[in-house]
Design a protein around this ligand. Structure first.
Ligand SMILES: N[C@@H](CCC(=O)N[C@@H](CS)C(=O)NCC(=O)O)C(=O)O
Length: 188
C-alpha cells in the first residue's frame, strides 16, 4: 500500500492511501460526521495544516532523535531541541485559554499531536524528560489529552510500545525511520 513500507496505510473500497495527515483528512471526507474534526472556516483549516506540517517535519524527528541518542551530551542537546519543538508549536499554533489546541473544540491538530504526547512517557522514563519542562500551558494540555476517552480508547497498550521502542532506545532499530534518524535525516 505504501512503497516506503511505512504505516499508517489504509485500504478502503479497494483503494490504498497513506501518510497520516492525508489519512486523517480522508477519514473526515469519507465518513462525514455530525461532530467533524475540521472547522467550517477554510482559513482555520489552512492554519491547522501549517501547524501539522511543523509537527511532522520538526517535532516528530526531534522525538526520534532523543529516543535514539546514546551519549549524555547528545541526549542533553536532543532533549532541549524536543522541548523547544513543543514550545514552538505551543507558541505559534495553540489558541490560548481553550481546552484544546485550537480552542474549545477537539480537532485535527489535537489528533496530530496526541500520539506524540502519548509517547512522552517513554522519554520521561528513559531520557529524564519532565513534562513540567514543556511549560505550564502544555503541562495542562498533556493531562487533558491523556485523560480524554477517545485518546485512551485508540492508543496501543503500553506493553506494545515498550518492545518496539526498546530497540530505538538502544539505537539498534533497523526501521527506515531509525536509519534516517541515525544519519541525521528525516524521511521525505
Ligand atoms: N510521514 C509519515 C511517517 C510514517 C512513519 O514514520 N511511520 C513509522 C511508524 S510511526 C513506520 O512505519 N516505521 C517503520 C519503518 O521505519 O520501517 C506519516 O505521517 O504517515
Amino acid at each position: 500500500m505504501n512503497l516506503q513500507g511505512l504505516v499508517p496505510a489504509l485500504e478502503h473500497d479497494g483503494k490504498a492511501l497513506y501518510e497520516s495527515l492525508v489519512l486523517l483528512e480522508y477519514l473526515e471526507d469519507a465518513f462525514p460526521s455530525t461532530n467533524p474534526l475540521r472547522s467550517p472556516d477554510p482559513h482555520e483549516n489552512g492554519l491547522v495544516r501549517l501547524a501539522s506540517a511543523q509537527i511532522s517535519n520538526v517535532l516528530v524527528p526531534s522525538y526520534y532523535k532523543l529516543l535514539q541518542a546514546q551519549e549524555p551530551q547528545q541526549q542533553k542537546e536532543a532533549k532541549e531541541a524536543l522541548i523547544q519543538a513543543f514550545k514552538d508549536v505551543w507558541d505559534q499554533w495553540f489558541v490560548k485559554g481553550g481546552e484544546w489546541s485550537r480552542g474549545e473544540k477537539f480537532g485535527v491538530l489535537d489528533c496530530v499531536i496526541a500520539p506524540w504526547i502519548v509517547r512522552l512517557d517513554i522519554l520521561v522514563e528513559h531520557r529524564d524528560l519532565k513534562i513540567s519542562e514543556l511549560g505550564e500551558g502544555l503541562e495542562g494540555y498533556v493531562k487533558r489529552i491523556l485523560e480524554r476517552k477517545s485518546v485512551k480508547d485508540t492508543i496501543s497498550e503500553k506493553e506494545a510500545y515498550k518492545s518496539v521502542y526498546q530497540r530505538y532506545l538502544n539505537n539498534t532499530a533497523e526501521s527506515e525511520v531509525a536509519k534516517a534518524t541515525r544519519k541525521g535525516e528525516w524521511l521525505k
